[in-house]
Ligand binder design. Structure first.
Ligand code: ZN
Length: 121
C-alpha cells in the first residue's frame, strides 16, 4: 500500500480538527471513562476518537485520564478512521450562551487507523 504521504497529511488534519472539540457534556468538566476521575482544565488526557468514512464529524466516545492512559486501537474497523491522541484539556468560553466548555488542546496523534485498515469479519 502506498499511502504513507496521505497518512501524514491526514494526521496533521486530525490534530487540527480535534483541537477545540468539546469533551464530555455541559460544563467545564469531564470524566475518565475507566476510573471515573473528574477531568479538569489543564489535565493531560488520552482520547479515542473515530470518524466514519464520508462523514466530517468526529466522535469522542472514550476519554481517559493520564493514569489510565488506556486508549488503544485494538480492532481497526473497515470504513472508519480511528485515532488515539493525547491532549491537554482547556476551557473555552462560549460567549453566546455565557457558559464554558471543556475542549481538547495541544492534540498529538499517537495511533492512526485509516478507513482501509481492518476487516469486515
Ligand atoms: Zn482514569
Amino acid at each position: 500500500m502506498v499511502y504513507s504521504e496521505e497518512t501524514v497529511r491526514v494526521e496533521t488534519d486530525v490534530e487540527q480538527v480535534l483541537t477545540g472539540l468539546q469533551v464530555g457534556l455541559e460544563g467545564a468538566r469531564g470524566t475518565c471513562c475507566w476510573c471515573g476521575q473528574e477531568l479538569h482544565d489543564g489535565h493531560c488526557v488520552t482520547v479515542y476518537a473515530y470518524r466514519t468514512a464520508g462523514h466530517d464529524e468526529w466522535n469522542l466516545p472514550r476519554i481517559y485520564c493520564h493514569d489510565c492512559n488506556g486508549g488503544k486501537i485494538e480492532t481497526p474497523t473497515l470504513g472508519t478512521v480511528e485515532v488515539v491522541v493525547t491532549a491537554f484539556l482547556g476551557v473555552m468560553q462560549v460567549a453566546a450562551s455565557q457558559t464554558t466548555r471543556l475542549v481538547l488542546t495541544g492534540v498529538e496523534v499517537e495511533e492512526y487507523s485509516g478507513p482501509d485498515d481492518g476487516s469486515e469479519g
